[in-house]
Design a protein around this ligand. Structure first.
Ligand code: 5GP
Length: 173
């Protein structure tokens, strides 16, 4: 299970986390129910860019993805599940942002997961070929690196880091 599932687990386990719902121009996959993204046409996405409605956005393998300016309840911590170009924009705009780089246990696992969700051979090859560059950029940006070897373990690891960070925020000394 990938980053999307991990993000859902995190918000289900932590009342103070608020998960942003991204916009994308990519078509919905057969195994998606439509709740995963706001699926939009490219023209609508480009208009939202012009209207300055995104905290960050990026083109990833030919499709646009973006985080609308978050409208999270006061006191919540905003969770974004995004790729590295977007993370770089968020960190530049908010140097306090905490970046978790979530890694598959191996490239073989990643390939298996992409194939398992029905990605085409071409798309799998494209994703795998760009991964080394994304990992290098991700390691530069990351505050924490978490290996998604087991979804429950990875969820627990991130939740306990969040608790430590909140403790530090309350009591910085
Ligand atoms: P997928 O097409 O597999 O759902 O997502 C492709 C990549 O886009 C994933 O790495 C995902 O984390 C990333 N992504 C999803 N939403 C956003 C977003 O709002 N902004 C950016 N920059 N990346 C996103």
């Amino acid at each position: 299970m990938g980053k999307g599932t991990l993000a859902l687990r995190l918000v289900a386990s932590d009342d103070r986390l608020w998960l942003s719902r991204s916009w994308t121009t990519r078509p919905r996959r057969a195994n998606e129910d439509g709740s995963e993204y706001n699926f939009v046409e490219r023209a609508a996405f480009e208009k939202a860019i012009d209207d300055d409605q995104f905290l960050e956005w990026a083109e990833f393998h030919g499709n646009l993805y973006g985080t609308p300016t978050p409208k999270a309840p006061d006191g919540s911590d905003v969770l974004l599940e995004i790729e590295v170009q977007g993370a770089e924009q968020v960190v530049n705009a908010n140097p306090d942002a905490v970046v978790f780089l979530v890694l598959p246990p191996s490239m073989g696992h990643l390939e298996e997961r992409l194939r398992g969700r029905g990605d085409s051979d071409d798309h799998v090859a494209l994703r795998l070929s760009s991964t080394p560059h994304e990992l290098a950029k991700g390691r530069e940006l990351a505050s924490y690196v978490v290996v998604n070897d087991d979804i429950d373990r990875a969820t627990g690891e991130i939740l306990s880091i969040l608790e430590e960070l909140r403790q530090l925020r309350r009591d910085p000394s």
